[in-house]
Ligand binder design. Structure first.
Ligand code: IPE
Ligand code: IPE
Ligand code: MG
Length: 239
């Protein structure tokens, strides 16, 4: 695929697994299981397109409030997906990272995740960031707590220094945010980081999402003019 402006960072709210399962007359977990194939395809597509960072919202702080059976199944799925796909990630030079309150995850998930992050850390291709037990408010609140405990004074707080206390330090803000699943909300994802992100809403339910859909969104992104508060004329003159 030939691309003009390659987005550096794409973030995805992978929503609609439960409804996909329902449409297939199955339990919700069947939707989550089938969502893994969509994750594989999105990672492959992002790599092929030359995207540098792909952040996937896999489990929110609020998702802990789901029935225990579903939460347990999601945690097991995380472990098995990492186990099954680690070789593939290595072959494709994918580096795995995570954001969120990882210490909340069951021990076995933490171990699998940490091992995979350690093993892939020198890979030079796409960085995939899993948002797990993550929420934007939790992250911002945590940053404030750490500012205080590090005795950072008022004069030293600016947008750059503040963002270094977020989980996403050293990761550029997303250029594109995609939400599948026919909902039009942010659901506590990357609140600080999406200040100027281009938003895309896909009518697909997540298990049906494939890299071709990602390519279509990237193409549409390339037709948009990002103005960051300036006028269209100014932007044209700059380019
Ligand atoms: C997204 O799909 C996956 C997670 C939140 C873990 P959902 O499970 O939210 O599916 P719907 O929105 O109920 O269809
Ligand atoms: C957002 O989906 C979280 C993830 C995709 C992990 P939800 O299904 O939890 O969002 P709401 O509850 O519909 O806003
Ligand atoms: Mg949902």
């Amino acid at each position: 695929m030939k691309l003009k402006i390659i987005p550096e960072h794409i973030a995805i709210i992978m929503d609609g697994n439960g409804r996909w399962a329902e449409e297939h007359g199955k339990e919700r977990i069947y939707g989550h299981q089938n969502g893994v194939e969509a994750v594989r395809s999105a990672i492959e597509g992002a790599g092929e397109a030359g995207v540098k960072f792909l952040t996937l919202y896999a489990f929110s702080t609020e998702n802990w409030n789901r029935p225990k059976d579903e939460v347990d199944a999601l945690m097991r799925l995380l472990v098995s997906a990492i186990q099954n796909d680690l070789d593939n990630l290595m072959t494709n030079q994918v580096r795995l990272q995570a954001i969120g309150n990882i210490s909340q995850l069951p021990e076995v998930c933490q171990k699998e995740l940490n091992d995979a992050m350690e093993k892939t850390k020198e890979n030079s291709g796409l960085t995939v960031i899993l948002a797990l037990s993550y929420s934007g408010r939790w992250e911002i609140m945590n940053a404030v707590k750490r500012l205080i405990s590090n005795n950072i004074t008022e004069n030293d707080v600016n947008e750059n220094s503040f963002s270094m206390f977020l989980n996403t330090k050293n990761i550029p803000d997303p250029d594109i945010l995609i939400r599948t699943g026919r909902e039009y909300r942010i659901s506590n994802f990357l609140l600080w980081q999406i200040a100027y992100t281009e938003l895309f809403f896909s009518e697909l339910l997540w298990p049906d999402f494939r890299k071709e859909h990602l390519f279509d969104i990237i193409k549409e992104y390339q037709t948009r003019q990002r103005r960051f508060g300036k006028t269209g004329k100014q932007i044209k003159e700059e380019n």
